[in-house]
Design a binder for this molecule. Structure first.
Ligand code: M6R
Length: 681
């Protein structure tokens, strides 16, 4: 019954907010405030009564980058720089509020950060001050407008907030606020938090008490959120709260930073603090204090950030993505470092014992997008080395399918960000069923590793380009380390066999370095291809996940229809797509490895060529059998079958980037409609 009530309540909230969202499509409004007052009020141009349909839309959900600063510098400078570095988390809109001397100024703008910077240039003197909050947004539903951009300010001009996540009971809260005569200016779930704080601070038992008012607001919110609050009566203070979405503190000299991730403040400090669930932060220039949502003191976990500003800058490349492709040798090398000691594979932090590792009778890999493709490769490696069944599942499907899990199941959760909501929920579901979870993650202290029994960190460094490149290669390497650790512990590989595989892995960074030389060739191919509407990718065995990854890269960067198939499936349907001049990428396995696969794929290439396709063939050096059938032939160094994906993926990354640019997508770091961390389901 309780569950039924919750569902009913959520549905009614959903309908209310959906109706609000529809308004957003008809009435675009702009907000530009100074001194806590709107200079341009939103227009009321569509009455609710006009809406006779129920929108099948969810909340106008941000999943975003957040920054807070309090200290001796001009907050505007720190915050705009932080937003620039966190824009990869969302770039539908951005905004900031600066608090000083009993007043605040807010600016926000739909579109890329530059729109906000242009607005700030109109009136820079209003934004002087030493305390501020900022936000860069990615909306899942609801039009990205100025009004929906953050920060959101209270009805009385005293409070400003930024929010990442979903306030699930926003519909009910909006209705209650409306009843009190407060008119809401945006279609977001977030705005309620600003009004609620103003109400709590202005009147009643928490009147005049910033902290008590924040706690009172938090007690009313359901869902997942990181919220930063500032109040005109408290310049020099920021309150922040997190539940289920990320927030990290940066500790400087006479200054304190808050960020969705360390990119927000890496320029100023490497001393950071990760926070547990349901933590409230009080930040001032002198430092910070922490409590839980009931006000009881809690501790954070201090850590030192092990990468520097240069890692988060473009370093002479035109795009982060190009830089990150070129960083792949280091990403793989750094991921391998320290995991083979005295002839044995060593994992990172973990509560998994050798007995646990021996007890598993099944492995599940859960992940999304590129991380999922890395998981497909884990299946090939682990089944081959460990002789244990491995299932791989897209994280968003996993927990709704009621998979068979128990304490003898190892779930490997792969996520660059460690924040992906679908993967996080899959982890929670697995743990509820008694399974052990090992996270493969690129982000220290993120939620997925925190909730897992063990973690193996990839050391790709910060990946800013939305399309995953170096993180993907590092994930493949890390998944292979997991496979080797299991093989070693369970005795399915002798130590000398583990050493042989490890030696091959260690040779990969140098080989990736050689593959990087194909960039020019990929550019030439992209130019020759010209305007294309679709492209197919074929592979066999471990070449199939590579084909999927190549197709995903092209889709997300060039906005071109692309599909990856196992080459053997061609005859079962997809071959009907082949027509004159259709470009088809074929990932050819080594003839020295699975000869049977090699000869079959050579036949497949002939079949598609016979039907007019133009082939871009990725094949290892010395493979002459493919030469007659390749319109373009990209060579990669020789490697064993299982290692080849670490090399064959690289030309597909270049191809996607170059084709995207030929198609007019100049900003390959920020493909349309995407965000780096998908923190909503
Ligand atoms: O942070 P995660 O590894 O969990 O992210 C998973 C996917 O969202 C991600 O790989 C996405 O598919 C990339 N944009 C692909 O390039």
């Amino acid at each position: 019954m309780a569950e039924y009530r919750k569902v009913t309540h959520q549905f009614s909230a959903f309908v209310q907010v959906s109706l609000q969202n529809l308004r957003g499509w008809f009435s675009e409004s702009s907000t530009y405030t100074a001194g806590g007052r709107d200079l341009r009020q939103p227009e009321e141009s569509l009455h609710h009564g006009y809406l006779k349909v129920i929108a099948f839309a969810r909340y106008s959900v941000p999943m975003c980058g957040i920054v807070g600063y309090v200290g001796h510098q001009q907050a505007l400078d720190v915050i705009t720089e932080a937003l620039r570095r966190m824009e990869y988390r969302g770039y539908d809109s951005s905004g900031l509020t600066i608090v000083e001397d009993g007043t605040y100024a807010t600016a926000k703008a739909a579109g890329k950060l530059q729109h906000l910077l242009d607005k700030l240039d109109e009136n820079p003197e209003s934004f002087s001050g030493h305390t501020g909050i900022g936000h860069t947004r990615w909306a899942t539903h609801g039009r990205p407008t100025d009004a929906n951009a953050h920060p959101h300010n209270s009805f009385d001009g005293t409070v400003s907030i930024v929010h990442n996540g979903i306030i699930e009971n926003a519909g009910a809260l909006r209705a209650a606020l409306t009843e009190q005569g407060i008119s809401l200016r945006s279609d977001t779930d977030s705005e309620v938090a600003a009004h609620l704080l103003a109400l709590a601070y202005n009147d009643g038992p928490t009147a005049g008490d910033f902290k008590a008012s924040v706690l009172a607001v938090l007690a009313q919110l359901e869902g997942a959120f990181t919220i930063l609050f500032v109040h005109v009566n408290h310049p020099g203070e920021i309150y922040a709260a997190r539940r289920n979405t990320p927030l990290i503190i940066g500790v400087g000299q006479g200054e304190t930073f808050l960020g969705s991730d360390v990119a927000a403040f890496i320029e100023y400090t490497r001393d950071a603090v990760e926070l547990g669930q349901d933590t409230v932060v009080h930040a001032t220039a002198e430092g910070y204090s922490l409590c839980d949502f009931a006000g009881n003191p809690v501790e954070g976990k201090a850590f030192t950030i092990d990468w520097d500003l240069a890692a988060a800058e473009k370093g002479g490349y035109d795009s982060f993505m190009m830089k990150e492709i070129n960083e792949q040798p280091a990403a793989v090398r750094d991921t391998l470092t320290g995991h083979f000691v005295d002839g044995r594979i060593v994992l990172d932090e973990q509560d998994l014992t050798g007995a646990d590792m021996r007890s598993f009778d099944k492995v599940f890999v859960v992940a999304c997008g590129s991380a999922y493709h890395s998981g497909l490769l884990a299946k090939y490696a682990i089944e081959h080395w460990v002789r244990i069944p491995v299932e791989i599942e897209v994280a968003s499907e996993f927990r709704y399918r009621d998979p068979v899990l128990d304490k003898r199941t190892l779930v490997v959760a792969v996520s660059q960000s460690g924040e992906t909501a679908d993967t996080l929920e899959a982890v929670r579901h697995a743990k509820e069923q008694g399974a052990k979870v090992l996270a493969v993650c690129n982000t220290f202290g993120a939620q997925i590793p925190r909730e897992s029994d063990a973690v193996l960190y990839t050391h790709a460094g910060p990946e800013i380009g939305v399309a995953s490149t170096k993180a993907f290669l590092a994930q493949v390497a890390a998944n292979y380390i997991v496979g080797l650790a299991l093989a070693q512990e369970r005795g399915t590989k002798y130590p000398d066999e583990v050493l042989d595989i490890w030696t091959e892995l260690e040779a990969i960074p140098e080989k990736v370095q050689q593959v990087l030389a194909c960039e020019e060739q990929c550019l030439a191919i992209a130019k020759e291809l010209g305007a294309i509407r679709t492209m197919l990718f074929l592979g066999r065995g471990v070449g199939y996940p590579v084909a999927l990854e190549g197709a995903l890269k092209l889709k997300e960067l060039a906005y071109i229809h692309a599909e990856g198939f196992p080459a053997g499936e061609l005859k079962h349907g997809p071959i009907a797509l082949i027509e004159d001049d259709l470009p088809v990428v074929v990932v050819v396995p080594s003839p020295r490895g699975r000869e049977v696969l090699h000869s079959k794929i050579v036949s497949n290439i002939q079949e598609i060529r016979a039907r007019g396709a133009k082939t871009i063939v990725i094949a290892e050096e010395g493979d002459t059998a493919v030469e007659p059938y390749a319109n373009w032939l990209i060579r990669i160094p020789q490697a064993s079958t299982i290692m080849q994906p670490l090399l064959a993926t690289v030309p597909l990354q270049f191809l996607a980037a170059e084709i995207a640019q030929q198609c007019g997508n100049e900003d390959i770091d920020k493909p349309r409609n995407l965000a780096k961390s998908v923190t909503v389901e």
